[in-house]
Design a binder for this molecule. Sequence first.
Ligand code: NAG
Length: 215
Amino acid sequence: MANFRTFFLPLILSFLFSSLVSATFYQTISPTLLRSQEKLTHIRFYFHELITNEKPSLIIIDPPKVMSNSPLPFGSLVVIEDPLTIGPDVESKRVGKAQGFYLSATQRPGLDLEIVMGMTLTFLEGEFNGSSLSVLGRNEIINPVREMPIIGGTGAFRFARGYVLARSVKVDYHKGDATVEYNVYVYHYSSTTSSSHDCFNEGLQFMTDPILSKI
Ligand SMILES: *[C@@H]1O[C@H](CO)[C@@H](O)[C@H](O)[C@H]1NC(C)=O
């Protein structure tokens, strides 16, 4: 017994300790945990910027003090919560919302706006209800069609990658109201069920192993 205590126990403990520490902070998990194939989805909706609304869908934060004939001088920051609808009419069925910001990122004067947009597109209807896409990219408004990358997503759009094409349908440069058609092309996985949640939550339990918290 004395031998066991003095020799084996420290050995076992040090082995346990080192394996716990190295094993609990990361692990490789099988991609098959997603239990589904990657698929490509096309989504089309209309994005509305409503400045003249009673309740505007965007606000401009602290416009920079520069002389400019641009409606959005270099450095302007706009925060948006814009409705997404199924058709070009703002009164058509609402399918989601765009939340985020854009920055005026060119010093060129005039209406030739060049912005950098960062936003989440959250769906509130159908198969993608509750899921969101993250978009971050450059948007040169004067171009008829602008492309921005999809850099990720949540829910049905976990591991998303793809792009959006934004095409202005109606723009009132004086009022600032605009309707933009968005065509989204996104690779993602079919699984949105709680089963994939459970699979990935195992990682969390693993990392909060009660033995580790005692060390
Ligand atoms: C979308 O999901 C929310 C939250 O789960 C739910 O309350 C709402 O009824 C759903 N909408 C539709 C159209 O399914």
